[in-house]
Design a protein. Structure first.
Lengths: 364, 95
């Protein structure tokens, strides 16, 4: 297990609670513990000074939709002034030529991640709203034209699970992206109210896994995943192979080892509350410009508890009792575990191979 | 103005001390990063444009116990590597 850095390398900052879209599975909105309000620029600029003094390398600007902030250039100037780089998580719909010119001119923008969930407007807009596909693609093309790095993330849900082949072709062959990432809608935020319409059922999940594994092989190395059907498919194949061969436990197997984020990253909500991660927005560690980030990073009992999850054996959970996959299982994302069970220090049921198989899933 | 033989750290480069006194030098303009051990960290902090390489080696010998003979060559190599990557320049002569 890696050790904790003296200060975070990367900080995700939700610079706004506003968004031009209302996606049906958005993890950000409809979280009852979050206060949805924006801070003035001077609060963020003061915080960026603190990040600079701590040697933070990268600020991930998220939201809401970060490009909705009218004073965005001022904020980016504050990041650049403090010798940091930056990236965006965006829906792409508000990126103009002027914005892209500015980003390129800083020389510090690592990438703008744009969400694209379909190969056409009909599929993409089904969860993201009318006009959002055209706007996202326009944003991507604008960034490409100005030489700003583009990363695309496709979130898999019930309305696009049959469009995966077309999505891969569109993004990689037509738009000419070097690669793209995938994940899946999770039971968080707005998705809780739309779960039946959005979340994959077992049959769709099997289809998504099989299709994405096939496409990942076809587009050698150009489709990635840290979560969702492709990541699950890859991990579960390894686990099944190890179990059938009675292989020794994986190095990180048998304990809650999946999340290493808290060793190098931290996040801040739009209202200035410091949290371990956007997926754990209820764990309030302090407030920017009131509490020292270095103090929180090094001494927060909540953060340290998260960092010690790797010492918690899966064999101690009733949920895992008798499971033959324990030596090969890591418990997966604590954010999703919390969303589904109400307990952070618990394996995520969504990532449970035994449950997947019991419900009719197969590993082919 | 002519260059001196006194190395000076590029002010855009960030020294991130991480754990066990090891560190990363990070150039935020290029996104290049170089990992370094505690001696490298000390050398980096001494490169202020006022000390020559010989001055720096001498200071390192004083600061660290049991310094091997090869340290002078190793520090030169380290500084040259940093210079090749734009992390270090040479101070200019002052009038």
């Amino acid at each position: 297990m890696s050790r904790v850095m003296r200060t975070p390398r990367s900080v995700t900052v939700e610079i706004t609670a506003r968004c031009n879209l209302r996606c049906r599975y958005c993890y950000f909105f409809n979280n009852p513990v979050v206060e949805y309000r924006d801070l003035p620029a001077d609060e963020w600029l003061k915080f960026f000074d603190e990040l600079g003094s701590l040697g933070v390398m990268e600020v991930i600007l998220a939201g809401g939709e970060p490009f909705i902030r009218e004073d965005l250039r001022l904020l980016i100037d504050g990041i650049v002034r403090n010798r940091m780089r930056f990236a965006f998580l965006s829906n792409g719909g508000l990126i103009s030529d002027e914005t892209a010119t500015f980003l390129a001119g800083t020389g510090r923008c690592d990438y703008v991640q744009v969400s694209v969930d379909g190969s056409c407007a009909e599929v993409h807009d089904s969860c993201r709203g009318k006009g959002s596909f055209d706007a996202a693609i326009r944003g991507i093309r604008t960034l490409q034209r100005h030489g700003v790095g583009v990363a695309v993330r496709a979130t898999i849900h019930r309305s696009n699970v049959h469009d995966l082949e077309n999505i891969a072709h569109f993004l990689l062959d037509e738009l000419g992206l070097p690669d793209f990432g995938t994940n899946a809608a999770g039971y968080m935020g707005s998705c809780r109210g739309n779960a039946d319409d959005v979340l994959l059922n077992i049959v769709e999940r099997k289809e998504a896994m099989a299709t994405l594994l096939r496409l990942a092989a076809k587009y050698d190395g150009r489709i990635s995943a840290n979560a969702g059907p492709l990541a699950d498919g890859r991990m579960w194949h390894r686990m099944e192979e190890a179990r059938t061969q009675n292989a020794p436990a994986f190095n990180n197997g048998g304990h809650l080892t999946a999340c290493g984020c808290t060793y190098s990253k931290i996040a801040v909500r739009a209202d200035g509350v410091i949290i371990p991660c956007s997926m754990l927005a209820h764990l309030e560690l302090g407030r920017i410009n009131h509490d020292s980030l270095a103090e929180i990073w090094n001494n927060s009992p909540v953060l340290n508890q998260l960092r010690n999850r790797h010492t918690i054996p899966l064999s101690g959970f009733e949920f895992c009792a008798g499971c033959s996959y324990i030596p090969y299982c890591t418990g997966n994302c604590p954010g999703l575990a919390y969303a589904l069970t109400g307990i952070v220090d618990h394996p995520s049921p969504d990532a449970c191979l035994r449950r997947f198989l019991k419900e009719g899933g197969t590993i082919e | 103005m002519n260059q001196t033989d006194r190395p000076i750290a590029n002010s855009i480069v960030v020294l991130r001390e991480e754990f066990d006194d090891w560190a990363v030098l990070f150039n935020s303009d290029t996104a290049d990063a170089v990992g370094t051990n505690p001696v490298g960290v000390a050398v980096w902090k001494l490169m202020n444009g006022k000390r020559s390489i010989e001055d720096i080696v001498s200071q390192i010998r004083k600061s660290f116990g049991d310094v091997p003979e090869a340290v002078s060559k190793e520090i030169c190599t380290f500084v040259n590597t940093l210079a090749d990557n734009g992390f270090v320049g040479l101070a200019l002569e002052s009038k």
